[in-house]
Design a binder for this molecule. Structure first.
Ligand SMILES: [Zn+2]
Length: 378
């Protein structure tokens, strides 16, 4: 059994992610929800806006699986409260989360500081107990294979502590991966961070850094004497590096969903030829971390073979950006989300769609991809 069509519904949830992926097998449909959360609804959104999205998801019938790429509000809030009840009523057969959410994960990996997400976290766990809870990491099974026959599913991230330890020495190339001006990065280098861990990595002065990075720096100073593993856990917690990166592939057509993964998460896959080959062929790219400067490594972007500066190129890369401008970051510090230089590259070299351009009347859009015998027309 092989799907003949894929339909991707991209919702405008303001600052957050919500993607409903449907694989069509003739008249039969298998539906996977990849994230459902918002930390700020679209400007002017009425009360109960997220309920409207939840009801639309439910209107399509059975939901076969839910993926929560990582435990941040803008990716899971819709799995809590009234919205969460609606999603739970769809009884997904698989609930996929990163290995760091596994109750069996080493102590210190669980995030406990976001109390407002508790309802979503508990509902995800309960749904997982009803169906099948899957805690995955790079290079392992997604748990979706039996639900999606004929679809290859690759878990590209997040790496485990052991996997990330193997690539830690490559950290020096980060400065060239970010969508900022090199001069700005160099100006941010200082000696405040702990010595000996990543001696060549760029460092940010706290005043210019986003709030989460400021928090991280403060924490990094406090824990400089602790074990390296503790340091990596702090990194994972703060920098979105626990995000699942999923790649769906049918024949030569593939779609990439990286959540909010940043460079430390990507590094494991980018360091291996097998994954570089897979990433090279991506046709649909869910832009990482709402277009932040540090979540689409330049080496990843350059890999995408379907980039083209000619808009009429058949099979040109499609980039889907779910974001809300003006919510995070600072243009003067080149940290605004979405980052201007990244958006320019996305628009120049791919067909760029942005959720915040959707009309209020229908805050979602479907993208259809024929999968003719494993060959896409797109
Ligand atoms: Zn996010």
């Amino acid at each position: 059994m092989t799907p003949d069509k894929a339909i991707l519904r991209a919702y405008n949830v303001g600052f957050g992610d919500c993607f409903l992926l449907t694989f069509c097998y003739g008249t039969e449909r298998r539906r996977i929800l990849v994230d459902f959360g918002s930390s700020a609804p679209p400007p002017g959104a009425p009360a109960g806006y997220m309920l409207r999205i939840a009801r639309d998801i439910a209107a399509g019938g059975r939901l076969h699986a839910a993926v929560a790429t990582h435990r941040h509000r803008d990716h899971i809030s819709g799995f809590g409260g009234e919205c969460g009840k609606i999603i739970a009523s769809l009884a997904p057969e698989a609930v996929v989360q990163p290995w760091t959410e596994d109750p069996q994960a080493p102590p210190g990996c669980m995030v406990n500081d976001e109390i407002e997400n508790r309802s979503a976290v508990e509902n995800l766990a309960a749904m997982g107990r009803q169906g099948c809870a899957v805690y995955t990491h790079a290079g392992t099974s997604s748990g979706l294979e039996d639900l999606l026959p004929g679809v290859e599913i690759h878990v590209v991230g997040p790496p485990t502590l052991e996997q990330s330890a193997a690539i830690r020495h490559e950290r020096t190339r980060d400065a060239s991966e970010f969508w900022q001006f090199r001069r700005f990065l160099e100006s941010q280098v200082n000696d405040a961070a702990p010595a000996g861990l990543f001696p060549h990595a760029p460092r940010f002065v706290p005043e210019a850094a986003p709030a989460n990075v400021r928090w991280f720096l403060a924490r990094a100073r406090r824990i400089r004497a602790e074990q390296r593993k503790e340091f990596v856990r702090a990194l994972d917690r703060v920098l979105n590096n626990t995000s699942i990166i999923l790649l769906f592939r049918v024949g030569d057509f593939s779609m990439l969903f990286p959540g909010d993964a940043q460079i430390e998460n990507w590094s494991w896959a980018l360091g291996q030829k097998r994954y570089r080959d897979l990433l090279r062929g991506v046709n649909v790219y869910k832009v990482g971390h709402h277009g932040s400067f540090n979540a689409t490594p330049r080496s990843l972007w350059k890999l995408f073979a379907h980039r083209s500066t000619k808009p009429d190129t058949p099979g040109r890369l499609l980039s889907l950006l779910s974001t809300r401008s003006g919510k995070h970051g600072n243009g003067d510090a080149h940290t605004e989300v979405p980052r201007r230089t990244l958006v320019e590259a996305l628009a120049r070299e791919s067909n760029l769609f942005c959720t915040q351009d959707l009309p209020k009347s229908t805050p979602w859009r479907d993208f259809e991809f024929p999968l003719n015998g494993g060959k896409s027309d797109e």
